[in-house]
Write a protein that binds this ligand. Structure first.
Ligand SMILES: *Cc1c(COP(=O)(O)O)cnc(C)c1O
Length: 219
């Protein structure tokens, strides 16, 4: 199966969820293939590595694409991330907010998701669920940032994943209730292996790499 067939199959599965969108995770995928993905209607692309992403963002500057940064954020990369991306989904500490805000000055606001360590696994990045409201409150202090919701990587075990999705859905509702004046509309969860479950639990964005573009070369 190639990209058009794969995308059609996914769009079929998305039909019951009109509020949900695909974020095409394009790490290790060439600019040419992203051009093809754009021609098929994909607009939101997620990248993990800044240098790799910058080359593609430049190569595809003629297209109306929306770029999401979804990788680990090194402090010394906040300037380029703030300048070149539309969304940052992997914010997990306060220091990043101040820097992203400062570097975004003069541009349209940067859309922010807080990454939650939903699986409870060590070394996976993300904030603990009980820190979400406090960090969200901090985002609101910065004029060049817009809080849009939450992102999570869940446990690889399917049963654990379902309980993680449930917890994320509750947390997302709590966030919306806590800040009713904010446009908090994005719950990014679910990848190639578990996106149907994520959709069933309220994901509004699924992050798909392998299932769209095929297996990636090993790191
Ligand atoms: C690579 C990656 C994905 C996509 O994973 P697939 O299993 O290939 O769909 C999603 N989210 C994040 C944060 C990633 O790093």
């Amino acid at each position: 199966m190639d990209l058009p067939q794969r995308l059609l199959a996914i769009q079929e599965q998305l039909r019951p969820y009109p509020a949900a969108r695909v974020l095409a995770v394009s790490k290790k995928v060439s600019a040419e293939r992203l051009r093809e993905a754009h021609a098929l209607g994909l607009r939101h692309f997620g990248e993990n590595y800044l240098q790799e992403a910058q080359a593609k963002i430049t190569a595809l500057a003629d297209l109306d694409l929306c770029w999401h940064f979804i990788g680990r954020i090194q402090r010394n990369k906040t300037r380029d991330i703030a300048r070149h991306f539309d969304w940052v989904e992997s914010v997990d500490r306060e220091i990043l907010l101040a820097r992203l805000d400062q570097e975004r000055a003069g541009l349209p606001p940067l859309q922010i998701l807080l990454e939650v360590a939903a699986s409870g696994e060590e070394n996976k990045g993300g904030i603990a669920p009980d820190q979400v409201i406090a960090l969200a409150r901090t985002v609101l202090r910065y004029p060049n940032l817009r809080l849009r919701g939450l992102m999570a990587l869940v446990h690889p075990d399917p049963q654990e994943a379902v309980s993680n999705f449930r917890q994320m859905a509750r947390l997302f509702q709590r966030l919306q209730a806590e800040f009713p004046e904010q446009a908090i509309d994005t719950l990014s969860m679910g990848t190639s292996g578990d996106y149907p479950q994520a959709l069933a639990h309220g994901a509004t964005e699924i992050r798909l790499g392998t299932v769209l573009f095929g297996a990636r070369p090993k790191e």
